[in-house]
Design a protein around this ligand. Structure first.
Ligand SMILES: [Fe+2]
Length: 337
């Protein structure tokens, strides 16, 4: 007899298909047709991948954070989506309250209080008992399981090394810093991530507010701390987890990325969906790991786990739900062994 599938936090509505919507970078002071576009694609689950509101203009205050969340919460499209679709949120710098912020941000706890309040995090939720906002949910798709693993890339993150040539291609804001004392996730979150990846599932969707696989720019990304990026790859490899895929935000552009190498058992794919209301139209990056062009119009993303077709599909759609970029990956190519 096959072992029982792990208990699920969320019951998917369909037997062989799980459609996960993904957005980030939603300025509450701008129109947000993105929510109705996203809802029209009938997602089974939704990921708010950070910069879900913009409340980082100094002076950041609790009132400013509260007002930003109130403005988002008042949007009818957002209300419909949050009501209809189970979801997980992480934050990025603009909902953390400090542009490019990390550990040591004086309003971190205030920002967390507002985050927990707005996202209606239950009293018994582990996020209320530990530092940061990292959290995971297991989703049932019939007998299959997909785990969504939301990382906190802000609360614990060490300071970054400023660029010596602001704005120059490849070193716009930061330079890689291989200081082994520096951390992206902090010790407790690293241990938690190892545990999550060791939990049996058919696929794992890692949510990282900042880009991970990407190379070729000097904005915030895991490559600012290259030893931590290598640790993420080696943690995935050592876990033996199948079907690991990353989604990210932050950049005001969309893209699909792929990284392969001896530090991984199989290629790591990443979809950046970062244009709910932001579109950085002049963006132009060499992007050695990128597959296809950047998406420089407002957009949202969908990750479709199709266990009948045996594939995961990464899709970036404009606000009229036209496909801007898409990549299907056979799940058989994402097997740890
Ligand atoms: Fe950001």
């Amino acid at each position: 007899m096959a072992p029982a599938a792990p208990a699920a936090d969320v019951q998917g509505a369909r037997a062989g298909l799980l459609r996960v919507g993904v957005t980030s970078c939603a300025d509450q002071n701008e129109p947000q047709p993105v929510w109705d576009a996203a809802l029209a694609m009938q997602p089974d689950y939704f990921v708010f991948a950070g910069d879900n509101v913009y409340a980082s203009d100094p002076p950041a205050t609790q009132a400013r954070l509260r007002a930003a969340y109130d403005a988002l919460g008042a949007k009818p499209g957002f209300q419909r989506l949050r009501q209809a679709v189970p979801h997980l949120a992480v934050w990025d710098d603009h909902d953390y309250g400090q542009n490019d912020g990390g550990a040591g941000w004086e309003l971190a706890q205030v920002a967390k209080d507002e985050f927990l309040r707005f996202w209606r995090v239950p009293q018994a939720d582990p996020r209320r008992q530990r530092a940061g906002v990292y959290h995971a949910q297991m989703i049932a798709v019939g007998e299959r399981r997909v785990q969504v693993i939301g990382l906190d890339t802000r609360w614990f993150r060490s300071s970054l090394k400023p660029t010596d040539q602001r704005g120059a291609t490849g070193k716009e804001r930061y330079l890689p810093d291989a200081d082994p004392a520096k951390t992206m996730l902090g010790a407790a979150q690293w241990r938690w991530l190892e545990e999550r990846l060791a939990t049996p599932a058919d696929a794992h969707l890692i949510v990282s507010s900042i880009q991970c696989v990407v190379e070729g720019h000097g904005w915030e990304r895991w490559g600012n701390l290259p030893l931590e990026r290598e640790r993420l790859f080696s943690t995935i490899r050592a876990s033996g987890a199948h079907g690991v895929v990353v989604v990210s935000g932050d950049r005001h552009v969309g893209g699909i990325y792929r990284h392969a190498g001896p530090e991984l058992r199989y290629p790591l794919w990443e979809m950046t969906s970062s244009g709910a209301t932001k579109a950085w139209s002049p963006a132009n990056e060499p992007g050695p790991n990128r597959v296809g062009p950047l998406v420089t119009v407002k957009h949202h993303g969908i990750v479709s786990f199709d266990f009948i077709a045996g594939e995961v599909k990464l899709s970036l759609l404009d606000l009229g739900n036209r496909v801007m970029q898409e990549q299907a990956i056979p799940l058989a190519q994402l097997r740890a062994g």
